[in-house]
Design a binder for this molecule. Sequence first.
Ligand code: HEM
Length: 482
Amino acid sequence: MANPTLTTAAGAPIADDNNSVSVGERGPLTFDNYQLFEKLAHFNRERIPERVVHARGAGAHGTFTLNKSLSEYTIADFLQKEGSTTDVFLRFSTVGGGQDSSDYARDPRGFALRFYTNEGNYDVVGNNTPVFFLNDPQKFPDFVHSQKKNPMSNVPDAARMFEYWANHPQSLHQMTILMSDRGIPKSWRHIHGFGSHTFSFWNAKGERVWMKWHFVCDQGIETVTEEEAAKLPPFGAQQDLVDSIENGDFPSWTVKVQILTEEQAKEFPINPFDLTKVWPYDLAPLIEVGRFELNKNVENYFAETEQAAFAPSNFVPGIGSSPDKMLQARLIAYSDAHRYRVGVNHHQIPVNAARCPVNHYQRDGAMAGACPVTGAKNVPSADVNFYPNDRSETPKPDSKYLEPAMPVEEDAWIGRHSQDDEDYYSQAGDLYRIMSEKQKDMLTSTIAGGLSQASQSVQDRMLSYMSRADEDYAERVIQKIG
Ligand code: HEM
């Protein structure tokens, strides 16, 4: 539209947007200034709460292409036909810092990937690491508190981080990754992604297998040191992503899965539902299934990236959860966060709206768009708002989507479980042993820098965990702490 006329939010043309209505040249303003009031009032409400974790991030749209059908394992619509494509949206993030922090913090990176499938949105809300610091969600708020800024001084505090890890040997594996040379990625384009949890696929025969997602970075892993990071502009990774997509240099990831049958899982040497551990590749080989690329920048950062509401509970038929305790808590936590942060009708915002018909009986709430005259898509018709009903053309459940029952592997009981595990160490040791001399040196120097700020008791416990992973690991840290 050439030279459009400025209007109010209600569409009324505005004659003058520079000068308020006043009582004469030098007098006060009047109540006629409804255009000014609208402007100020909207400005006051421009912010929504930032995410409580993963506040800082960047997003882009793209396309997933399936190269190998997974129909043997799952009825998931987007995993059936080789060569089929599915739109995706990916948001990268750091974890601990607020929106005002740096792209180059030593921190895991969030890797939240949404597939807009023909049977609903499927979200893999993962990280750039295959494991996590915890395996019981009860600990998540305490963990995050310990890693964020000191609540008194409001500055980052390494001693508190190590104090948490000293109380939790299950964190050693992820802590080793975080403190290694992989701890500060060079850009959003140079990280792998992992679903991290164990999920399940189920097929048309009602058979279930356990699975893990791997998104292998086609650009290769690139990282920076702390010294290099300190010299980089805080928005460097954001700029790099926008520029590379703008220049047609589309970043891509090869999509792979690991699969275990229920029988294999029972015989597996480690608990396959423990988020602090990986599935060794020799026991569960990677199977390549496709590739996705990011090929379109967002047009409006706030509308798309900031309002993106990813949820591990956004499953589609053929994909389900597992007994992973962390995953189960996440099935509740995210939608709850979205209702607070974005609103109860966050599903209707374009970046969150499914690209397939949405039919349900949930109604109303703040910002509901279910009014046929607006022409809004993805909102149910307002007519029939209860189920069951006697109308023929209203939405009804379809038993062909019934998920097979989830097996329970031991005699069922209800009570507090124990997180004690004799071996929170050997996988951290395996990782340490495949590092080069230079990588070992960087890892142990970084740990020594932080651990030296912690109390003697914290140091002793951390060193005992490291020595159980590998004697040399602990020895080098001891030497560097002096
Ligand atoms: C019990 C454990 C966890 C809880 C309670 C939890 C909770 C949350 C919450 C409340 C948010 C903010 C959501 C929003 O406002 O949109 C969030 C974001 C996120 N979490 Fe978690 N989280 C947990 C564990 C994990 C794990 C294990 C991973 C990765 C494997 C992960 C990856 C992410 C990512 C990538 C985001 C950002 C999503 C985005 O880009 O919008 N979280 N988490």
